[in-house]
Design a protein around this ligand. Structure first.
Ligand SMILES: Cc1cc2nc3c(=O)[nH]c(=O)nc-3n(C[C@H](O)[C@H](O)[C@H](O)COP(=O)(O)O)c2cc1C
Length: 177
């Protein structure tokens, strides 16, 4: 797949078939994360946590359902692996790089997932809920000062990525020429 085909085929996957990604696939996804651009190359300000512990994911889903007041919510849609991206976040206005680093890392993993035919979904809402749950955070054993920023859900699926028609005027674009 060339890069533009990859970009135009990507979509959020919210239905998984229960089969986990393989170790080789995980390795490739993590390599894609490490290929991401990071502000001032400060890779040491970031941590990836690969979570495939079903009990933990289920408790995180439950905490999110309570946080969102949405009983029965399954924010990971049955994906068997979630990779959390945490970052050291300085106070605003210096925080923009930290959150951007984390988001770009997630996007790199999402594009690698498309290439590998693996289902993926960006996960931000459940991370807000996680940040309200000190017990769940403690279990992650994150290095000091690391704050969960965002995540990606990953798993095998029955669908396939196909080229989508991209509505190329859906983001307002102004020009100063
Ligand atoms: C910053 C960000 C946060 C997102 N958070 C979530 C989320 O928590 N749960 C979810 O199901 N999708 C989430 N998404 C996916 C968006 O809903 C999705 O990208 C958008 O609806 C466009 O659909 P597409 O990805 O299929 O093109 C998020 C996407 C981005 C970029």
């Amino acid at each position: 797949m060339n890069t533009l085909e990859n970009l135009y085929s990507r979509k959020s996957i919210r239905s998984y078939n229960g089969e986990n990604i393989t170790e080789a696939e995980l390795k490739e996804i993590l390599k894609a994360a490490c290929a991401a651009p990071v502000g001032r190359a400060k890779y040491e300000t970031l941590t990836l946590t690969v979570i495939s512990n079903a009990d933990y994911l289920s408790r995180w889903e439950e905490a999110t359902a309570v946080f969102a007041d949405a009983p029965g919510l399954h924010p990971f849609y049955g994906a068997p692996t979630v990779i959390l991206v945490s970052s050291i976040v300085p106070p605003a206005p210096q925080d923009n790089v930290s959150y951007s680093n984390a988001a770009i890392i997630v996007q790199n993993m999402a594009l690698a997932a498309v290439e590998l035919g693996i289902g993926a979904c960006h996960i931000w809402g459940a991370v807000r809920a996680l940040n309200e749950s000190p017990e769940l955070i403690r279990e992650l054993n994150l290095p000091d000062e690391m704050v969960p920023c965002c995540a990606i859900a990953l798993g095998h699926m029955d669908e396939k990525y196909v080229l989508r028609a991209v509505q190329d005027d859906r983001i307002r674009t102004d020009y100063m020429r």
